[in-house]
Write a protein that binds this ligand. Structure first.
Ligand SMILES: [Fe+2]
Length: 333
């Protein structure tokens, strides 16, 4: 594998379009994102952490239209801009300024590499909660301080790209942006089912995965879900009850993943686009040794099995055939 052209620093934002902006904004409000600014017909939403907006919402056909990473310096943008098919370096839209270069990944997804955005002021997040557990008393004389309402989203943490050939898409992201395999699940014959990748920041500990490259059983291409860190377990559970009361569609959870280690809870917006709340992910650095497993070799630490809606983004004959293939592989373990 060749050396990466650059090594990105952070997943910066997603651009999402929805047919009805009011309905989309209402869902995101109940999910726990906050409007940073509206510029024309575009709404820039943020988490509580002091990052620039992580969710850029505009009107259109439902789906994710672009994903963005932050680069370390302007030199990295110049390296990407020099590639065939890349845009020139341009001014970035939105309230945080900065510059951007755009290119297409092998799935046809627009990828934006940004630099020079200004931070925002942090806003108040979830109240920290100490547990009297594991034989230790950390909450002596303190009452739980959580309030009913949406979770407090801190930041965008990761997303999953679905395609018919996740291994070659992963290689492209590795070669261009330095994303590094964290763990892999594959069929006995070698075809990848899921490749988790993390940022490559050397000794610095980073989230177990920033992008997951998943086999799409319908053999389509899309962002299968995007995932946002919330304050803590009570904040996640409170947000779950809030979305349930608001009658949004629950997709999968609550559980703790084996690969990644995070406590997860998946919800769909009114058009079926999956948004994850998570807390307490595994953190890895250059010492992490990726695992190689077959489907069915591992189970989540706890929680329900994946729902059909999570496994299948769109039903077609290929989805049925590939599900059977995955099922047989998991039973052979
Ligand atoms: Fe996820």
């Amino acid at each position: 594998m060749t050396a990466p052209i650059i090594k990105v620093k952070r997943l910066a934002y997603v651009r999402v379009s929805a047919p009805d902006l009011d309905q989309a904004e209402k869902f995101l409000d109940k999910f726990g994102l906050k409007v940073a600014v509206r510029l024309g017909d575009t709404i820039y939403l943020r988490g509580c952490d002091p990052y620039p907006p992580c969710y850029v919402l505009s009107q259109g056909v439902s789906g994710v239209t672009a994903i963005a990473f932050e680069a370390d310096d302007i030199g990295d943008l110049e390296k990407i801009a020099a590639l065939d098919g890349s845009s020139a370096i341009e001014a970035l839209d939105g309230p945080a300024g900065g510059q951007v270069v755009r290119l297409k990944d092998p799935m046809g997804m627009q990828v934006e590499i940004v630099y020079g955005q200004t931070s925002l002021e942090a806003v108040e997040g979830a109240v920290p909660h100490r547990f009297n557990m594991d034989g230790e008393r950390r909450r002596e004389g303190e009452l739980p301080a959580g309030q009913r309402g949406p979770s407090h989203v801190k930041r965008l943490g990761h997303l999953v790209l679905e395609s018919a050939d996740p291994r070659s898409v992963y290689h492209w992201y590795h070669e261009h942006f330095g994303l590094k395999k964290a763990d892999e699940v594959h069929l006995p014959e070698g075809d990848a089912v899921m490749i988790f990748s993390s940022l490559d920041r050397g000794r610095e500990f980073v989230d177990h995965h920033v992008v997951g490259f998943q086999f799409a059983v319908d053999e389509g291409t899309r962002v299968q879900h995007m995932a946002f860190e919330v304050g803590n377990l009570d904040d996640l559970m409170g947000g779950h009850e809030h979305l349930k009361r608001e009658r949004y569609k629950h997709v999968w959870g609550i559980g703790r993943h084996r690969l990644g280690g995070q406590i997860f809870d998946y919800w769909a917006n009114p058009w079926g686009v999956i948004h994850e709340h998570w807390t307490d992910t595994d953190l890895v650095n250059e010492d992490h040794v990726p695992s190689d497993t077959l489907p069915g070799e591992f189970e989540d630490y706890w929680g329900p099995a994946p729902s059909p809606r999570f496994l299948v983004s769109r039903w077609n004959l290929k989805a049925v055939r590939n599900l059977l293939r995955l099922f047989r592989a998991s039973k052979s373990v």
